[in-house]
Design a protein around this ligand. Structure first.
Ligand SMILES: CCCCC/C=C\C/C=C\C=C\CC(=O)SCCNC(=O)CCNC(=O)[C@H](O)C(C)(C)COP(=O)(O)OP(=O)(O)OC[C@H]1O[C@@H](n2cnc3c(N)ncnc32)[C@H](O)[C@@H]1OP(=O)(O)O
Length: 300
């Protein structure tokens, strides 16, 4: 049965509108914009799309710490799909509107005390976000204006380039082992593809979180700038990347990432089963509970 629905998105200019049509599971965007800037918002995301430059800035605004819940992941995936389909969007900058945090990573509450079915649904959404970002044809830049542990770091390293605020209070890394959990193979491979095998081995085994200067030193981020310049630096870098012949850049990106992406694509169900079996274990649930208590105590 043909599935068709239209979603009207309010845009800053009253003259502008975008229609999203979902047909046979494909999402297509057609724009009849008379303005050069499209701003759209959903519950936890604000997207500023400058039609003149072809660059969209996606601001994560899911309080308090942009943790990636099933709902938030779904929102991110819908937005990414929409931007990917929009020929007028060639570059994406991802940043945070929350103070001091880029993203706290996966929402721990989605992994604690939930049914296997719900855990499976959650993991599928995590996979989907990674597939969309790592396989994007757009130039993607993470403007990391706060701490970015675990899934927040993953999100950053799926991007083509990372600019971080030079503030020693912030940290970034795949710290899963500190929670008593294990980064799956596609988290690990994204990290290897970014900082190499040895750095990844040390980093994952010890669950390290790096200060900005350390992250720059191992190549986990590409550039440090003063906090108030993160977005402008990302915009400047984007201009350089968008000047490269597009087709050649896209094919090169795909060549670099294809084998990692294929490995997950062809094993999605098994990967979900692995996750569900692992995360619902009594011992893992206990580790997660202790970690959450530790987070609360840190506050007190
Ligand atoms: C062999 C088979 C393998 C198969 C694969 C198996 C498993 C893989 C599984 C999972 C992979 C997971 C990756 C992840 O992303 S796990 C999440 C890891 N995240 C963290 O460790 C970050 C924890 N948070 C922090 O360190 C700090 O909150 C932060 C530095 C981000 C911000 O500090 P700040 O001081 O500003 O804020 P807090 O007071 O600490 O937090 C405010 C509020 O938010 C709650 N919270 C924080 N992080 C999370 C989170 N990730 N999920 C849910 N909730 C979070 C925190 O508890 C506070 O709540 P409250 O006390 O105000 O109620």
């Amino acid at each position: 049965q043909k599935l068709t629905f239209s979603l009207k998105i309010a845009i800053s200019s009253s003259l502008s509108k975008i229609h999203l049509n979902v047909s046979h599971g494909r999402l297509c965007a057609s724009s009849t914009s008379f303005s050069q800037r499209n701003n759209s918002s959903s519950a936890n995301l604000k997207v500023d799309h400058d039609q003149t430059t072809g660059v969209a800035v996606m601001h994560m605004q899911s309080p308090p710490v942009n943790s990636l819940s099933l709902d938030f992941l779904t929102e991110i995936c819908i937005t990414l799909e929409k931007l990917e389909m929009d020929k007028g969007c060639r570059g994406l900058i991802i940043t945070s509107s929350q103070p001091k945090v880029f993203s706290a990573g996966l929402d721990i509450l989605e992994m604690y005390g939930k049914s296997p079915e719900r855990c499976g649904e959650f993991w599928k959404a995590v996979q989907e976000m990674w597939l969309k970002l790592y396989g994007s044809n757009m130039v993607t830049i993470a403007a990391i204006n706060g701490s970015s542990p675990a899934g927040g770091c993953l999100m950053s390293i799926t991007c083509d380039y990372r600019i971080m605020a030079d503030n020693p209070r912030y940290s970034i890394g795949l710290n899963e082992t500190m929670l008593g959990i294990v980064a799956p193979f596609w988290f690990k491979e994204t990290m290897v593809n970014t900082v190499g095998h040895r750095n990844t081995e040390i980093s994952l085994e010890l669950g390290l979180l790096y200060k900005p200067a350390e992250a720059l030193n191992i190549g986990l981020v590409d550039q440090l700038v003063p906090e108030d310049q993160v977005l402008s630096a990302a915009t400047q870098t984007m201009t350089k990347w968008l000047a490269i012949p597009e087709h050649a850049r896209q094919i090169t990106k795909s060549m670099m990432r294809k084998s990692t992406i294929e490995k997950l694509r062809s094993n999605r169900e098994a990967d979900i089963q692995n996750f569900v079996n692992f995360i619902t274990k009594e011992s893992i649930q206990k580790s997660l509970r202790m970690y959450m208590e530790m987070l609360k105590q840190k506050k007190a």
